[in-house]
Design a protein around this ligand. Structure first.
Ligand SMILES: *Cc1c(COP(=O)(O)O)cnc(C)c1O
Length: 430
């Protein structure tokens, strides 16, 4: 699409980044199942390798199908650029990589996807990085925990597993005052429900595996850059502000301005870490995004109905859905998540661990899987699966205690989903 009028979300989710294929006129973005691209001549090759000209060299760095997806997600998020990679977890490492170094830390919310808690509390230590976990609703605690070695604040917009919603604006102000970027994992909200960059976030990461693809077919990740952070304002981000030896002393921020982070992600991140998204995955995700707004509307409508039904049921102790008037986050949803609180929430079953296991075993439409954001309704008992590696204290802090199940409400008929929960709760409480 040309730079013309600003189009609405429904238009952009279909058209942004795409144009008829220049070789064939194909209207749908073709899958460029291709590895390498011919240089016009030696000068062209040199210009590409020096980052003086943008173009395709080799699909570990850039691929035409993946490039369309990058532009589409960047547009939907209101960013200046995006880098896709092989999974959501790859995107998190790729987002931190230019910022961190040995001895540096990231301040992260206690309410995160279980895999992220493990990645941040265990695996990143191998790089000499660390994470400090804090309740991001307690802004004073966030301020206190940020130190001179902190290089980012990390949270989820609608947070796993409880569907808590984060006050991104307030957290962005704290990060700003400390001269560090706020990274928001927007997987559960998607840019349809929440646009973190508009609320002050510097970077947005996604597991495109979830709602963006929406049908449980491929894994993928993405990092979107707002283009707004001044990487040269202090000496904390030498990868972006200082000369890069691998490119003859080029300074990414000085050379690429607002696109510094995106260029670094491709030219250093993908080149050397190699966590590349494949073109097939990009294709499935592009197809998924075409219907994102329609699906998210139905996800939210169903979640709202089902959460209300569960809350009124005697066999259920409580429901954490932020879209319910009883939620402590209800006002925040009204103010900052106007299109709804997503479709991910937890509920506590009377009868604890054993009742949860029986419930999960008895459901027929809901699938028991470690995934979310599928067109299908999904359920998981976090304490015995995704959050199993965490200590009981970490489980409680993450809202994943033994009496709690997490649901990701799909886009089936809400009445069928309610009937399924009804019969399974009957068995669970028998
Ligand atoms: C699934 C998920 C991830 C990890 O993404 P993968 O694609 O599975 O690597 C990260 N954050 C959130 C919120 C997720 O739901």
């Amino acid at each position: 699409m040309s730079d013309g009028p600003t189009y609405g979300f429904d238009t952009l989710q279909i058209h942004a980044g795409a144009r008829p294929d220049p070789a064939t006129g194909a209207r749908q973005t073709p899958i460029y199942q291709t590895t390498a691209y011919v240089f016009r001549d030696a000068d062209h090759a040199a210009a590409l390798f020096n980052l003086q000209e943008v173009g395709f060299i080799y699909s570990r760095l850039t691929n035409p199908t993946v490039a369309v997806l990058q532009e589409r997600i960047a547009t939907l998020e209101g960013g200046v650029g995006a880098v896709c990679c092989s999974s959501g977890h790859a995107a998190q490492i790729m987002a931190l990589f230019p910022l961190m170094g040995p001895g540096c830390n990231v301040v992260a919310s206690t309410r995160l996807y279980g895999g992220t808690v493990t990645q941040f509390s265990q695996t990143i230590k191998r790089f000499g990085w660390s994470a400090k976990f804090v309740d991001t609703d307690d802004l004073d605690a966030v301020k206190d925990v940020i130190d001179e070695n902190t290089r980012a604040v990390f949270c989820e917009s609608i947070a796993n597993p409880g569907g808590y919603v984060t006050d991104i604006r307030a957290l962005a102000d704290v990060a700003d005052a400390a001269g560090i970027p706020l990274i928001v994992d927007n997987t559960s909200a998607t840019p349809y429900l929440c646009r973190p960059i508009e609320q002050g976030a510097t970077l947005v990461v996604h597991s495109t595996t979830k709602y963006l693809t929406g049908n449980g077919t491929v894994t993928g990740g993405c990092i979107v850059d707002s283009g707004k952070f001044d990487w040269s304002a202090n000496d904390k981000f030498p990868s972006l502000s200082e000369p890069e030896a691998a490119y003859h002393g080029l300074k990414f921020h000085e050379t690429f301005g607002p696109l510094a982070f995106t260029f670094h992600g491709i030219a250093i991140g993908l080149r050397d870490l190699g966590m590349t998204m494949n073109p097939q995955a990009a294709h499935y995700t592009l197809l998924g995004i075409e219907t994102l707004s329609l699906r998210m509307e139905r996800h939210v409508e169903n979640a709202q109905k089902i959460a209300a039904w569960l809350e009124a049921d005697d066999r259920v102790d409580y429901v954490t859905y932020a879209g319910l008037p009883s939620s402590p986050y209800h006002d925040r949803v009204q103010a900052q998540y106007k299109k709804g609180a997503g479709a991910l929430f937890t509920f506590a079953v009377k009868g604890g661990y054993d009742a949860c296991v029986k419930l999960v075993n008895s459901l027929e439409i809901f699938s028991h899987v470690a995934n979310l954001g599928d067109a299908r309704s999904l359920i998981i008992h976090s304490a015995s699966t995704t959050h199993r590696q965490l200590t009981p204290e970490q489980q409680e802090a993450a809202g994943a205690g033994p009496n709690v199940v997490r649901v990701s409400i799909g886009i089936e008929d809400a009445d069928d989903l309610i009937a399924d929960l009804d019969q399974a709760l009957a068995k669970a409480s028998a």
